[in-house]
Design a protein around this ligand. Sequence first.
Ligand SMILES: Cc1cc2nc3c(=O)[nH]c(=O)nc-3n(C[C@H](O)[C@H](O)[C@H](O)COP(=O)(O)OP(=O)(O)OC[C@H]3O[C@@H](n4cnc5c(N)ncnc54)[C@H](O)[C@@H]3O)c2cc1C
Length: 444
Amino acid sequence: MARSHTPRWRRPPTSRDGSFANWARTESSTPARWVLPATEEEVATIVRQAHADQRRVRCVGAGHSFNGIAAPSDIAMSLDKLRGIVAYDDSTVTVLAGTRLRDLNAALAQRGLALPILGSIADQSVAGAIATGTHGSSLQHRNLAGLVTGMRLVDGTGEVRDYAEGDESLDAARVSIGALGVVTRVRVRVVPAFHLRERIDWLPVDEIADALPEIAGSAEFAKVWWMPHTARALVFRYDRVAAPRTILPTVLDRFVDEKLMHGGLLPAVYAVQDRRSGWVPSWNRVAGRTLHKPSRVGPSPMIFSTPMPVRHTETEAAVPLESGGAAWDAAVRTVDACGAHVNFITELRFVKGDDGWLSPAYGADVVQLGAYTAVLSHRDRYFEEFWRHMRELGARPHWGKEMDHTAEELRGLYPRFDDFVALRDQHDPDRTFANPFLDRVLRP
Ligand SMILES: Cc1cc2nc3c(=O)[nH]c(=O)nc-3n(C[C@H](O)[C@H](O)[C@H](O)COP(=O)(O)OP(=O)(O)OC[C@H]3O[C@@H](n4cnc5c(N)ncnc54)[C@H](O)[C@@H]3O)c2cc1C
């Protein structure tokens, strides 16, 4: 991941200068202006006008992608006023695109419903999470884009398009990387609300690769975390349970964990480690032990969620399931090989194969392996070494995380890449939605 600049955490966006910065503060841009449409008609009017004026419009969700995928170069569009649920039935819900996942979870819970699976946080917008193939961890469930059964979007000429299950274009638009239009609403599959119990076990790091098939099949949801420079990894398994009498952790436990630890102590520790990373290995040995918490039990959205972590950055590779063990061993070796003091977990998750043309899980089940760090000074060499191995295994990058892939390389990874580009030509003939990220990954 060759970069010319000195890495640094950037300033957050401010209402004063109207700039954009992502959650990790590794990407920023200064759009000409922000627009906040409150209806689909307003979205269409803005896009139509921008198209006529040869301007660019980029939709920003919650800005939680670790790369520049959402960074607007001209007009920035936020759908923060386009939130809420439009319709329910027993198995689907139609939701406005700017709705945050956590608000959707709360609304569903009131009706005794839930999403079948979630990622580690729920702060993303529905459209943003879907657009990048955001996922949880299960071989029985697809990523969030795989839950979509219908979608409406405003294309690059301002025309509204409506896709239902069975339309080929819906499979293209599932993971759209914001290239086909402004999504205004989506219909997603829901299930009756359920409760989960978390189990955590230690396993030596060098036994994980061989144990992966067993781990994947041992629970409906399972994932692996490893704190670099330590000898053991944590295997998390989640099983459905009847509604428990007591939800664990308690409100007080969560307050201590989320506000005092993740909101107070850890940011201070990580800020020091960003400049002096020498004591990271000893810190990791202590911090790794604290990740092995007493079993949690509660409603699924609560158990899927981790506390909002300290600012850090991430890259993530999707490899075929059968290469998962090799990818794990390579990721572990990467830490030593690049000589970096890595202070954030390596995470392994499973995702069921799907039909989304640009979904990292297109066509087959995958292992998604994430390399994370909060030390920017070694980020580039860590991620470069990680990707050297992942590329050998034919990995596809997570669209919402650090990646330096170009259109030529991606074309070889996605059988329907050319079809997606052709569909983009129809949806956005004059590249109203282009930004530098799309110019690189899809060609201008
Ligand atoms: C702390 C943290 C934890 C994370 N955990 C996970 C995880 O567990 N699993 C996982 O897979 N990922 C995870 N991610 C990555 C994250 O889910 C994705 O990057 C996601 O896309 C962010 O959603 P967003 O709403 O912030 O979208 P943004 O980052 O704002 O935008 C992402 C893309 O969506 C497009 N977009 C947004 N709204 C629209 C719209 N209405 N119409 C068309 N395009 C639109 C944007 O233009 C852009 O292309 C995590 C990120 C963070 C910061």
